[in-house]
Design a protein around this ligand. Structure first.
Ligand SMILES: [Zn+2]
Length: 100
């Protein structure tokens, strides 16, 4: 697992691509935990299916809510990550496929 800073400013943004976390800024413990939850989710789904599922769910929810940010927060992977990011021991006791 590797963390790489990207050299552009603006809003905080982080994205996890398999074992690589790309971020526009320093992450605090909770933001890092959020991304590490995505690493665990992606490992479980063997990476590529995660992205297919993620994007499909985002599109379907965007049509449902007609609001892409609301849709984003309701993607099952984001719900799990946002719900548990403040529990820094979460990954040590997380059940597999907990978003399902
Ligand atoms: Zn997320």
């Amino acid at each position: 697992m590797k963390i790489k800073r990207l050299p552009f400013g603006g809003n905080f943004l982080a994205i996890t691509l398999g074992e690589l976390i790309l971020t526009t800024d320093k992450m605090d413990d909770y933001e890092l935990n959020h991304e590490l939850i995505h690493v665990a989710q992606q490992r479980e789904l063997l990476y590529l299916p995660f992205f297919v599922w993620y994007v499909t769910e985002w599109l379907v929810l965007t049509l449902k809510y007609r609001d892409w940010m609301k849709a984003y927060y309701n993607i099952r992977f984001e719900r799990e990550a946002y719900r548990h990011q403040h529990d820094l021991s979460y990954l040590s006791h997380r059940r597999h496929y907990h978003y399902a």
